[in-house]
Write a protein that binds this ligand. Structure first.
Ligand SMILES: Cc1cc2nc3c(=O)[nH]c(=O)nc-3n(C[C@H](O)[C@H](O)[C@H](O)COP(=O)(O)O)c2cc1C
Length: 138
């Protein structure tokens, strides 16, 4: 199995109905492919962790990379795993604020996830996606 974590920029502000259809599509594919993970939306940017059997994760990420709903996709983590981080989630979803990101990472003065790229290690990116909990229920 493998796990990947990337950050990207939403092409347009995401509405509730856009997000609902994106999640329906992602969850039904992931259920079929035994892919699990978590998607965080922070102020126009996505942070997503995807995990599962290597071939299925690669196929999923190949589709995600060419999706016009986002761009500037930056892969942070790509490694083999033996245990899933989010075994029960076909795609958990969290809306977070920059303040939440600062609280979880302990780093002040972050204006966007792009600032974080320069400052944190891969491990901290993973702590971040695990530590962010919903501020909005959708
Ligand atoms: C931020 C973001 C996250 C996504 N996450 C997933 C995902 O976890 N699984 C998935 O199959 N598609 C995901 N998608 C959608 C894919 O880019 C693509 O549209 C979809 O897999 C195509 O599915 P289809 O072959 O059933 O039409 C995501 C798209 C975006 C923009």
């Amino acid at each position: 199995m493998k796990q990947i974590l990337y950050v990207s920029v939403a092409s347009n502000p995401i509405t509730d109905s856009d997000m609902k259809s994106l999640l329906n599509q992602a969850r039904s594919n992931n259920d079929r492919d035994h892919v699990s993970g978590k998607l965080v939306y922070v102020d126009g940017q996505f942070l997503q962790l995807i995990e599962g059997v290597t071939e299925q994760v690669d196929a999923t990420f190949d589709r995600i990379k060419i999706d016009p709903r986002h761009h500037n996709i930056q892969l942070f983590i790509e490694h083999a795993i033996s245990v899933r981080t989010f075994p029960d989630w076909t795609m958990g979803y969290v809306v977070a604020s920059i303040k939440d990101v600062m609280d979880v990472t302990g780093i002040s003065q972050i204006h966007g996830l792009s600032d974080l790229y320069k400052q944190v290690q891969d491990d901290l990116m993973k702590d971040l996606i695990v530590g962010l909990t919903p501020t909005t229920n959708r």
